[in-house]
Design a binder for this molecule. Structure first.
Ligand SMILES: O=C(O)c1cc(C(=O)O)oc(=O)c1
Length: 296
């Protein structure tokens, strides 16, 4: 593999928007540090270190209180870096793991003890070699109480994944809304299909995240300030306001060409959730329900 890549902004601006007290950045990652937590031999990208110190400094800079750290594909099924960051957070982080589907009950219990509250299934071919639905389903059926499944897929396989997702017996949280083409607008085919999916069950949650990926110039969008993203996503957040959680996606795995300014990413929040009530649900109440329910 080639050189290690830097996918995050070196000096993100201070956002104009101030998140409410207790706001959760519910989708972020850590990379390494590699010397302590080597990347997977199957990793599709090799990033520079982006460890807990950097993540927590960014959290404070952006005005957030807590993090949900989602295991990045470059760490495969070894969750040590994610668990280390959670352990260093002084109770201010929890996480989502990626596991070998054959994981034992004892190892799942240990992940729970370490602050994990869900597992992630990744269906992006550019990120993982295989995604065995039968094995995923088997492990989804024996998760610790209160856990959920986080799923990452692209809009063109939503229909194909329906029987699999319908069979998952715990809440589902869809990363980045399943990557709709936001340039089609709020009533475009991708948004319609995603809405139909949301209507099929009331325990499907989603993350209205990654304007930088979904409204990128290279994806046919216009880039920052991501107007097409705001237009397409705001109605979805309003209509499903009890099932949305939000995150920065820092350190923006793979974003090499159009690295976003995290201050600008935060300034998207009032554009997709214009009222204080919506912002409180998106940033506080909803993520607390999934990740710190005992505190509610
Ligand atoms: O679109 C991506 O490249 C991407 C990658 C990862 C990961 O490598 O885990 O996570 C994300 O949330 C998004």
């Amino acid at each position: 593999m080639s050189d290690r890549i830097v996918s995050w902004h070196g000096a993100p601006s201070k956002p104009g928007y101030t998140p409410p007290a207790g706001a959760v950045d519910a989708h972020c990652h850590v990379f390494g540090p590699m010397a302590q937590f080597p990347f997977s031999a199957k990793a599709k990208y090799l990033p520079e270190d982006a460890g807990p110190d950097k993540l927590f400094a960014l959290r404070d800079h952006l005005g957030f209180t807590r993090n949900v750290i989602v295991q990045a594909s470059c760490h495969g099924t070894d969750n040590a870096a994610t668990l280390d960051a959670i352990a260093k957070s002084q109770g201010k982080a929890r996480g989502v793991a990626v596991v070998d589907p054959a994981i034992s009950e004892a190892d799942l219990a240990a992940l729970h003890e370490g602050g994990i509250r869900g597992i992630r299934f990744n269906f992006l071919k550019r990120l993982v070699d295989d995604a065995p639905k039968d094995k995923f389903l088997e492990v989804a059926r024996r998760l610790p109480k209160g856990w959920h499944v986080v799923i990452y897929f692209e809009a063109d396989i939503l229909e194909e994944l329906r029987p699999f997702m319908d069979a998952i017996p715990v809440p589902l949280v869809v990363d980045h809304m399943g990557r709709p083409d936001v340039t089609q607008g709020p009533d475009g085919a991708d948004m319609k299909a995603f809405r139909a999916f949301l209507e099929s069950r009331d325990d499907i949650w989603f993350k209205p995240t990654c304007p930088d990926r979904l409204d990128a110039i290279k994806e046919g969008g216009k880039g920052d300030p991501w107007d097409a993203f705001a237009d397409a996503v705001a109605p979805l957040v309003a209509d499903y306001q009890d099932r949305v959680i939000w995150g920065t996606d820092w350190p923006h795995p793979n974003m090499q060409d159009e690295i976003p300014d995290d201050g600008h990413i935060v300034d998207m929040i009032p554009r997709i959730a214009p009222t204080e009530e919506l912002q409180r649900k998106l940033l506080v109440t909803n993520p607390m329900r999934l990740y710190w329910p005992e505190e509610l």
